[in-house]
Design a binder for this molecule. Structure first.
Ligand code: KG4
Ligand code: ZN
Length: 333
């Protein structure tokens, strides 16, 4: 079964063709990073306009690379939330038009579930139950995946998302945008113990919730109040900040796996591309007899292959969306 996936929730215009939920025939992503760079973050209005300009070309490219045409498709799966309302609508309207004209089912997909599915897309040996750590520019969630389609959210961030805090710290350090990949590569040359930044320990509420405002403010104060000749190098600050964030993410993920008695942890979302997070999770999980599954870098960040792949699962679960499908900017799992 060939499914076309469309993803426009944030600043990547993406389309993909996936066969039977696993076989990626094409995965095309047009990034808008250059359009938003000057503003230091995603400008929603620019994002919508760029999606509109690009979407038809990206869909054509995805079909071309998969060597199929519209008549070969059996369904159109599209992200309908969470994300930017105007941006989501461009993908949704495109998928509706394709569904209507070619008389194929329309399937609305939750972007967060897509990030969870990325690990399954690439590894046919992986099966639930598992713990999923979804860390992106907009979300930080620890999820118990009982089965595909059956989730229990164990914890979420109370303030900034993991990717957001990477981007904000990079901005404080004048490193550029998006900050995550820049900090990742700088940190490789730095000392994780150079500066002690706080790891949030939440006393009340869920032990699996996250808070990154403390580490963010701590970096800000460090940069503002440390004497010029005592300030650590950019590399050391990046490594120390990244260490504080990664330690929190890894400790909570392992604790969640123990609580749910599962021996699998899945990573997903843009921050899952972080080389230090991938390495530390793998090492630490390995010591506890837990396997860590990290998708390839291109399937960590936003893409449409995860949407098309999950579309197959959702199709088999009986999901069909009507033409009244609307954007749900705050959709949760
Ligand atoms: O999943 P994604 O592409 O978009 C959202 O759904 O938000 O995630 C984008 C986020 C950005 O905040 C970016 O800085 C972060 O993922 N990111 C990284 C890395 N690559 C992307 N953060 C840390 N290390 C990386 N290598
Ligand atoms: Zn995402």
């Amino acid at each position: 079964m060939l499914i076309l996936g469309i993803e426009t929730s944030c600043d990547e215009t993406a389309a993909a063709v996936v066969e039977d939920g696993r076989e990626i025939l094409s995965s095309c992503v047009a990034s808008q990073v250059e359009d938003h760079k000057a503003f230091g973050g995603v400008v929603p209005e620019i994002a919508s306009r760029k999606h509109l300009e690009t979407i038809n070309f990206v869909v054509e490219q995805a079909l071309g690379e998969a060597k199929v045409d519209f008549n070969d498709l059996q369904a159109a799966a599209v992200t309908y939330g969470p994300g930017l309302a105007g941006a989501l609508l461009i993908g949704i309207q495109t998928a509706k038009a394709i569904s209507f004209v070619h008389k194929i089912p329309l399937i609305g997909i939750n972007h967060l579930e897509g990030h969870i599915y990325s690990a399954f897309l690439e590894d046919s040996t992986l099966s639930p139950p598992a713990i999923a750590l979804i860390v992106s520019g907009g979300h930080t969630s620890l999820v118990y995946v009982k089965d595909l389609g059956d989730y229990e959210v164990l914890g979420q961030t109370r303030d900034d998302a993991a990717g957001e805090v990477f981007d904000k710290v990079a901005r404080m350090m004048d490193l550029g945008y998006p900050g995550g990949p820049i900090i990742d590569s700088l940190a490789k040359k730095g000392d994780v113990k150079a500066v002690k930044f706080p790891q949030a320990r939440l006393k009340s509420g869920s032990p699996f919730d996250f808070s990154f405002s403390g580490v963010k403010t701590s970096v800000l104060y460090y940069l503002r109040y440390t004497k010029k000749d005592e300030v650590a190098s950019k590399e050391d600050i990046a490594a120390s900040f990244q260490y504080a964030v990664v330690e929190t993410l890894v400790k909570k993920s392992l604790a969640a796996a123990k609580e749910k008695k599962t021996d699998k942890i899945i990573l997903g979302g843009g921050v899952a591309a972080n080389s230090y997070l991938r390495q530390v999770l793998k090492e630490r999980a390995g010591k506890e007899g837990i396997s860590a599954y990290s998708p390839s870098l291109s399937f960590c960040t936003d893409n449409a292959a995860m949407i098309a792949g999950l579309g197959f699962v959702r199709y088999n679960l009986g999901d069909r969306s009507s033409f009244s499908l609307n954007a749900c900017p705050n959709l949760s799992l």
